[in-house]
Each structure stands twice: as structure tokens, then as C-alpha cells.
Design a protein around this ligand. Structure first.
Ligand code: BF8
Ligand code: SF4
Length: 635
């Protein structure tokens, strides 16, 4: 199997091979064949009578020592993955909410309220009085309400209940999956999946859905507060891929997730004093900040910072020999980075107390002194630059233009150029007329188990040809950005006639002088809720619920537990959700059946597992067709 279809990735990996440096692909090869018990979800280590395993082929024991059968093991495993994903997004969101509170109390001077309109909109939505109150008082109440969403309450989470359709709330109530606390939902999932608690696989899966809805609330909160503190994204043009590194600059990569770190480093990197220091050290182009993974998406949208690469290829940024510092916060950061950094002059800098990596320099990031920490980080990068070996610099000359920053507000703003009074009307009219056949949200990661980007590239071309409007977040955004799919040229080249006409009409009306890009970059993984917001607005306008819309989701190369949590809430939200990699559930007929079929009877959404990208695109188009028929539209 080819490692990637990205020439920059391939070139950097070749550098690694020449230098005898192991990458993620070598470590994957060393793991093969991977354990069949684990792959099918049939191993359990939840107690010390284990580990227990059940053969997926039906030979050997049919249950673990305690009597847990295949269905119990698999449902418990997947439920714990959802809980871990929710804990990750929850941790990120809580960090944001605490910072908003500190900002309101005057304890975080580097985090002013940047988007007062968004603050007011969120406040009004969650029931905080905004009438004649000052911003700090409103922010204090919004942060307090957000933090209340973490522990157990006697009411649904405001961040979820106020952002979905009435129909969804009724469905969630009917099946008893309304979460009443983000942290308490995670705790409950851990409780019910521990030794000797829930042994009913369907009940366990309903618990997983409840927890996934807490994940949705956390993601929405993280996005809302990021916009309040750093501004709601608007479209910007920037570039993506390793070619954005500069030979004559101090190159700093910001990797991880939370804009609390990356946004401040991006701001400080613009300071003249910092750039003068870099120049004095011999970097004639000053400081060049690039992004990796989701935090890369955040600063790409708000600061036009170019995206170097994403997830599976994160090591390649160091392999260019031109990266002076890799600055990380948390999530999706490979521990291998420190070893690879050591093969070069690259300084790995950890910043969060919960995410340290041996041999990295730890510069702890505190909200009260954020810019001070950011300056220290940049100075450390400048010091590392002085040790760079110019003979080892090998930056692949590969990068693409990428338009980013299509927040819900930005999409509505663009549509309002076509119809000021009723911005959704042009979108809905075009869906009804069949010019837009449906909508597909691409989300999730890049995985070593699939040729990097191959599924994304094949699927987007096929869907766009069939007039499906494409939205993207997370590392899906990264993939599309690196391959030039986030450009007006891609619209001209790949969009079907109806889609092209709409993207053109909106782009022209918005004064872009050309069409909107083929793929609309909606942000990081927590920003999947931005796409959900668009779908909710369309559903409300049409007077239908989400499970009736011709809207689908796809994670063609999923990796993380966070992706499992997001996929699960997408299904609960009523979306048919494609996965391009088989999750560890095949060991249980019951779990496989519930997730791919029975879930539909409960929520309208379900998983479609299809590793072949062309077949996956066909299946999604068929689903869209079926939904169009359901709405009485041309199919
Ligand atoms: O939250 S898409 S590899 S970077 S998990 Fe991670 Fe997956 Fe990328 Fe962002 Ni999302
Ligand atoms: Fe084995 Fe049951 Fe313990 Fe799991 S919980 S390790 S199946 S005895």
C-alpha cells in the first residue's frame, strides 16, 4: 500500500528513510499483523481476572471469565471510546470556559472579549440576560452557565438543548439519552462499563449515545467560546502543505487543539520585537508560524496562518530539517515527535500540565501570563534555529492555496448577499430544485491504515460531480487544503453544473469575483457543531427534523476516540455517517447490527462502513437520493 498520495509527505518520508529515521509508517509495519481480537473488539481488560478474549471465528471460549460475551465486550469497548473522546472535548471546552471566566474577572488580560456580537448571541441562546449589561458581566454569566454544564444538573445541557431541533430533543427524551452533565456523562459511562455493571449491549450503546451527546455539547461550547475570545472566523486565503515552511525564517509549528495556546503564540509571533530577535539570529525572513492538526485549523481561519500538515503526517514537518520548534498543547500529538526532533535541531515544546513528553522542553502556559509564555516559547525556537544544519534542510516545494474560515456566520453572511432578508432561501431553493443534491460533511483524521488522503480525494470528486455540497473540518480540512480542493479552481474543475452555479452565484454576489471554493473549511473537529448548526437552521426553516434532510457525514480515515464520539453524535443527530476504516465492533453481531441498522429506527442516523471510497460515495449518494424522495423532492 502506498503511504500517501501527498507528494510533500512522500518526499519527507523519503528523507527519513535516507537518514534511517523511523516514522509512523515504519512503526505500523512493525505492528503487523495487528491482533485480530483487538481489531474486532473482542478483548477485555476491565478487571484483573482478565485479560479475556473471544475468538471472532466462534472457536474457543464464548465468554470472558466473568461471563461477559462478545456483545458485552464490544459494546463496553466502544462506549469507553466515546467516553474518552468526550473527556477530550470536555477538557478542551472546560479550559475555554475557565479562561472566559478569568477574562470576565480581569484575571486573563491577554484574552479580551473579541467578538461581542457572538457573546451576545450565545448569551441570548442560553438564557443569559444581555439587556444593558456590560460585556464582562455577560461573559461571567455565560462562562458560569457553561461550567455548570459539566457537573450533574436536573436539566439538560444548555449547550446541547439550545442548539438542536425541537424534534431531536423529543427523540432524545423518548430514548432516555439526554445528558445532564458532561463530566457526569463520562463518569456514568465508565461506571456502567466497568466489571459487573451494565451487561445489556443495547442499553450500553444507549449510554454511549447519551455520552456522545455530552460530547456534542462540549464541542459546541468550545467553538462558541473560541469565537467569543478570538473572533468568529471569516473567509481568508492562505496556503497548505510542507512548502509553507521557509528556509530563511525561524519556523514554528503549532500543533494540538486549543486556540488558547496557538492564538496567543500567533499574535506574539507578529510582534516586531520578536521578529527582530529572529532576524538578529540570522533568520532574514523573521518568524514563520505554521499550523498542524486542529489548532492549525483554528489559527488558519483566524490568522491566515498556513497549515503545514495534519495528523498522520505530523512527523514530516520535523523531517524537513527546517522546523525550529514544534509547540504542542494536547490531543493527537504523537509521542514519537521528541525522538524525531532529537534527530534534528528541532525543539519540541510541551505547554500543558496534563501533556508532557520526555525530552521535550516544558514551558507551562498560564492564562494569566499567556503572552509572556508565548514570548518564552518563541525565544526558545530562535535559540533552536541557531543550531539548524542548513545542509539537512529539505523543504518539499509543494503547497496549495486554501480558503478557510467558513463559519456558520460566514456562510450565512455569504448567502445574505444573494438574499438579504432570507439568507437560507437560496440554499434551500437550490436543494429543492436539485441543483444541490445534498450536503456531505467530511470530518475526522488521516490514518496509517489507508493511503493518506486517497479516500478524501476520491470521494470528494465523486460527490461534487453529483452536485453534493461539501463541508469539512479537522484533518479532513487539512487533506482537502493540501490537495487544492479549497479553491475556486477546484469548483470549476470538479463541481457538477448545479453545484457550480450556486457556488458561483454566491461567490459573485459576495464580491469574490469567482465561485466559492469546492470544499468549505468549517474549522477544527470541535467545529463540527458549526456544520450541525447549518443543518439545524435548514431543518427548522423547512419545518422538518434532521433525520429527514439529504445531509450525510463521512470520516473516511478515522483514528481517534474523539472521532468515535463525534460519529456517534452525528448518528444520534440523524445523519447517515460513513466510516472508511472498520471500527472494532465486528466481533459482535448485535453491536454491528445496532450501529449500522437499528440505530436508524431510533434516531434516523446510522453508520455506513465502507473502505472503498468509490463505493462509499455511491452509497452516500443513494442515501441522499432516498432522503430526497422522503421529502418529496426529485431524486
Ligand atoms: O480533533 S481529525 S487526528 S487533529 S481527532 Fe486528531 Fe482526528 Fe485530526 Fe483534531 Ni480531530
Ligand atoms: Fe474478563 Fe470480565 Fe474481567 Fe473483562 S470484566 S477482563 S471479560 S473477567
Amino acid at each position: 500500500m502506498e503511504k500517501s498520495i501527498d507528494n510533500a509527505t512522500l518526499s519527507a518520508v523519503e528523507n527519513a528513510e535516507i537518514s534511517g529515521i523511523q516514522t509512523v509508517w515504519d512503526r505500523y509495519a512493525a505492528q503487523l499483523p495487528q491482533c485480530g481480537f483487538g481489531e474486532t473488539g473482542l478483548c477485555c481488560r476491565h478487571c484483573m481476572q482478565g485479560p479475556c478474549r473471544i475468538s471472532p471465528f466462534g472457536d474457543g471460549p464464548k465468554a470472558g471469565v466473568c461471563g461477559a460475551n462478545a456483545d458485552v465486550m464490544v459494546s463496553r469497548g466502544i462506549s469507553r471510546a466515546v467516553a474518552a473522546g468526550t473527556a477530550s472535548h470536555g477538557g478542551h471546552a472546560k479550559h475555554m470556559a475557565h479562561t472566559l471566566l478569568k477574562s470576565a474577572m480581569g484575571e486573563a488580560p491577554d484574552y479580551p472579549i473579541r467578538d461581542e456580537a457572538k457573546l451576545k448571541a450565545v448569551a441570548n441562546r442560553i438564557g443569559v440576560n444581555t439587556n444593558k449589561r456590560d460585556m464582562k458581566a455577560i461573559a461571567m454569566d455565560v462562562a458560569t452557565k457553561a461550567l455548570e454544564d459539566f457537573s450533574e444538573k436536573d436539566s439538560p445541557l444548555v449547550c446541547a438543548a439550545t442548539t438542536v431541533t425541537k424534534g431531536r430533543v423529543d427523540t432524545f427524551l423518548k430514548f432516555g439519552v439526554v445528558p445532564t452533565g458532561i463530566d457526569s456523562a463520562i463518569a456514568e459511562s465508565m461506571h456502567r462499563t466497568t466489571y459487573g455493571v451494565d451487561s445489556d449491549p443495547v442499553n450500553i450503546l444507549l449510554g454511549a449515545i447519551r455520552c456522545a451527546l455530552a460530547d456534542y455539547a462540549a464541542c459546541h461550547m468550545a467553538t462558541d467560546i473560541a469565537d467569543i475570545l478570538f473572533g468568529t472566523p471569516t473567509p481568508v486565503a492562505t496556503r497548505a502543505n510542507l512548502g509553507v515552511l521557509k528556509k530563511n525564517a525561524v519556523n514554528i509549528a503549532l500543533h494540538g487543539h486549543n486556540p488558547l495556546l496557538s492564538d496567543i503564540v500567533a499574535q506574539v509571533a507578529d510582534e516586531k520585537g520578536m521578529n527582530d530577535k529572529a532576524k538578529a539570529a540570522g533568520a532574514s525572513d523573521g518568524i514563520n508560524v505554521v499550523g498542524v492538526c486542529c489548532t492549525g485549523n483554528e489559527i488558519m481561519m483566524r490568522h491566515k496562518i498556513p497549515m503545514a500538515t495534519s495528523s498522520v503526517s505530523q512527523e514530516t514537518v520535523i523531517l524537513t530539517g527546517a522546523l525550529d520548534a514544534m509547540v504542542v498543547d494536547y490531543q493527537c500529538i504523537m509521542p514519537s515527535l521528541s525522538g524525531i526532533g532529537e534527530c534534528y535541531h528541532t525543539q519540541l515544546i510541551t505547554t500543558m500540565p496534563i501533556a508532557k513528553i520526555p525530552k521535550a522542553v516544558h514551558i507551562e502556559f498560564h492564562e494569566a501570563t499567556a503572552k509572556e509564555s508565548a514570548r518564552k516559547i518563541i525565544e526558545t525556537a530562535i535559540e533552536a534555529f541557531k543550531k539548524r544544519d542548513p545542509n539537512r534542510v529539505n523543504i518539499p516545494d509543494v503547497s496549495s492555496t486554501a480558503f478557510a474560515g467558513f463559519s456558520t456566520e460566514a456562510i450565512m453572511g455569504a448567502l445574505s448577499f444573494v438574499n438579504k432578508e432570507d439568507p437560507l432561501k437560496p440554499l434551500i431553493d437550490n436543494i429543492v430544485a436539485g441543483n444541490i443534491y445534498g450536503v456531505c460533511l467530511f470530518a475526522g483524521c488521516n490514518t496509517v491504515k489507508v493511503t493518506q488522503d486517497a479516500n478524501y480525494s476520491a470521494m470528494v470528486k465523486e460527490l461534487a460531480k453529483n452536485n453534493v455540497l461539501i463541508l469539512a473540518t479537522g484533518c479532513a480540512s487539512g487533506a482537502f487544503a493540501r490537495h487544492g480542493f479549497m479553491t475556486p479552481e477546484a469548483t470549476q474543475k470538479y463541481a457538477g453544473p448545479g453545484l457550480k452555479a450556486l457556488l458561483n452565484a454566491v461567490g459573485q454576489a459576495a464580491g469574490l469575483g469567482g465561485p466559492l471554493p469546492l470544499v468549505l473549511h468549517m474549522g477544527s473537529c470541535v467545529d463540527n457543531t458549526r456544520a450541525a448548526d447549518v443543518a439545524v437552521a435548514v431543518a427548522n426553516k423547512l419545518g422538518v427534523d434532521l433525520h429527514m434532510l439529504p445531509v450525510v457525514a463521512s470520516a473516511p480515515e478515522p483514528v481517534t476516540e474523539k472521532a468515535v464520539a463525534i460519529g456517534t453524535w452525528a448518528v444520534a443527530a440523524g445523519l447517515p455517517t460513513h466510516l472508511g476504516v472498520v471500527p472494532p465492533v465486528l466481533g459482535s453481531k448485535v453491536v454491528t447490527e445496532v450501529l449500522t441498522s437499528a440505530a436508524r429506527d431510533f434516531f434516523g442516523g446510522y453508520f455506513i462502513v465502507e473502505p472503498d471510497p468509490m463505493k462509499a460515495a455511491e452509497k452516500l449518494i443513494a442515501v441522499i437520493s432516498e432522503r430526497r424522495k422522503g421529502l418529496g423532492l426529485s431524486a
